[in-house]
Structure formats: structure tokens, C-alpha cells
Design a protein. Structure first.
Length: 149
């Protein structure tokens, strides 16, 4: 969000105003967020409202926070595509395109570009106010059933 889009008093609009819902998750994803979700057609979008806990020492959002968000989006799309069979990230390549600041709402989306029997090749992105701030490519692997027992 830019300063021009802030409401009087400096508070950013709530993601709830755009139809986003906050989700409580266990584990690391729960501590990295809170995670916001929104249904978009047949898929989902995921978001973080950037808070002081997301900042690095330079005062901008830490790249690890953005990578966590895009990895969550990619892995959840893969999980859904595999019939909710857990998938692990084998490789995640990313390019940071511009800085994200406290108060901005970052939105992640992902899609499958190719699929084999056990692997999914994915693309993901993170945007703020419609501007892409990170793009990523990933290789995901379905976990064999015997590893889940």
C-alpha cells in the first residue's frame, strides 16, 4: 500500500474489506503470519499484513517472510492438486523485485506449470497493490504413503 492509499490517521485498510479471512494454523506457518486467505474462482490467494515482526534490521520486510508466504501458496496449491497428499519443496528459486514495507498487504498466488507422476513444477508470485514484488519457481514432490505412516 502506498501512503496515498492509507486512510486518515495512517491506518491501512483491513484485508477483511477485500473479502480476506484470517486463518489460524499450527506450526511455523502460524507464527509467520497471521495468514490471510481469499477464495478466487477455483483457487485461493494468501496474504500477510506486514507488521513490525516481519521487518529486517534495514526497516523493510525480511525476504524470508516473503519466501514463507510464496512457499505456503505454492505448497498449498500442490497439496490440493494432489488430492491433499502432502508435498515437500525440493527446490525454490526466487527473485525479489522491490522492497515491501510495514503496513503493506502482500498477496501470494501460485499455479502448476507441469506435472509428472510424483512431481509438480510450479510458479508463484507475491504482489502488493497489484505490483509484483517477488516471483518464484518451485519443484514439489508428493510424499509416498509409507512416509506418512
Amino acid at each position: 500500500m502506498t501512503d496515498a492509499q492509507a486512510v486518515p490517521g495512517g491506518a491501512p485498510p483491513s484485508p477483511e474489506e477485500g473479502g480476506w479471512k484470517v486463518r489460524s494454523l499450527a506450526g511455523f506457518a502460524g507464527t509467520a503470519g497471521p495468514l490471510w486467505t481469499r477464495r478466487e474462482g477455483d483457487g485461493w490467494a494468501y496474504g500477510f499484513q506486514m507488521a513490525p515482526a516481519h521487518l529486517n534490521p534495514a526497516g523493510v520486510v525480511h525476504g524470508g517472510a516473503l519466501l514463507t508466504l510464496v512457499d505456503h501458496a505454492i505448497s498449498t496449491v500442490a497439496w490440493e492438486a494432489c488430492g491433499r497428499v502432502p508435498c515437500v519443496t525440493l527446490q525454490l528459486d526466487s527473485q525479489f523485485l522491490t522492497a515491501v514495507r510495514q503496513g503493506q498487504f502482500a498477496q501470494a498466488r501460485a499455479q502448476i506449470t507441469h506435472r509428472t507422476h510424483q512431481m509438480l513444477f510450479m510458479q508463484g508470485s507475491v504482489a502488493v497493490d497489484g505490483q509484483m514484488v517477488l516471483r518464484a519457481q518451485a519443484i514439489m514432490k508428493m510424499l509416498p504413503a509409507e512416509r506418512l505412516a
